[in-house]
Design a protein around this ligand. Structure first.
Ligand code: ATP
Length: 240
């Protein structure tokens, strides 16, 4: 484990288990959830683009224990996915991994993660939940979707040519009362509610699915994942 993941500054008892977060996340924290099976350069590029665009102090990668939208039989063990993430962020200042969702019984819903992080980081922290446009367009299917903005702002990544337009359609359909404020480049609701930020980014042609498939076929994935992750995949014999 990277030394910068220690010591832990935030702790909360959740029944018998104990959740811990790095102490130096800062005030403006981006949260990038996903399956990360495995983490790849697309994930790291999104994290970096959002951190720059919104001047965030840190990005917290949160691997899902049981992703609600994916068949669980096909997913690598949480320990492997989290270990690969920790290797991937080890050289990146301001990037951290939370194993928060490993503590949870049942599917990993975003609302539960955001509530837990809010509880751990306190009311002063500004949380930015990062999601792709495709997932955001399906937000009507997410658990407690109206409540999400009580705990965090949303950052929606989309293609440069129609990011704001696509995002605007989803906002209008799901978050009545939100209006676009040009000067801030975001949709805003009532005071105290999180904002919705569109962030345009050229698509990066890499996915975990493609990586798993390449390994199954015996092809190298060293251009798609950090070297430490490629070494881990080989050493553990993953995805063969
Ligand atoms: P899979 O291929 O197994 O479905 P994935 O590569 O899409 O996985 P996830 O772990 O599901 O990876 O993604 C986590 C988050 O990262 C999601 O919000 C997803 O939209 C985003 N993401 C994944 N790949 C990219 C990419 N190439 N460019 C931009 N965002 C990405």
């Amino acid at each position: 484990m990277s030394s910068k993941l220690m010591p832990f500054g935030y702790k909360q008892d959740l029944g018998e288990s104990r959740v811990e977060l790095p102490h130096n996340l800062g005030r403006r924290v981006g949260i990038l959830g996903g399956t990360f099976d495995p983490v790849h350069y697309g994930h790291l590029a999104v994290a970096e683009a959002v951190r720059r665009a919104l001047a965030l102090s840190s990005i917290l990668f949160v691997p899902a224990f049981l992703p609600p939208h994916k068949p669980t039989y096909a997913i690598s063990a949480f320990a492997h996915r989290a270990a690969m993430l920790e290797l991937a962020v080890a050289g990146e200042a301001g990037f951290f991994v939370s194993r928060l969702e490993a503590q949870r019984v049942g599917p990993s819903f975003s609302i539960d993660t955001l509530k837990a992080l809010r509880g751990l980081l306190g009311p002063e922290a500004e949380l930015f939940f990062i999601t792709g446009m495709d997932a955001f367009a399906e937000i009507h299917t997410w658990k407690a979707n109206r409540e999400l903005l009580d705990h965090a702002s949303f950052v929606v990544i989309g293609r440069p040519d129609h990011c704001q337009q696509s995002c605007g359609q989803t906002v209008a359909a799901n978050f009545p009362g939100y209006t676009f404020v040009e000067v801030h480049g975001r949709w805003q609701g009532k005071p105290g509610q999180g904002a919705i930020y569109p962030v345009a980014m050229a698509p990066i042609k890499v996915s975990s699915t493609e990586i798993r498939e390449a390994i199954r076929q015996g092809r190298s994935v060293r251009e798609l994942v950090p070297a430490s992750v490629a070494d881990y995949i080989e050493a553990q014999g993953l995805y063969r």
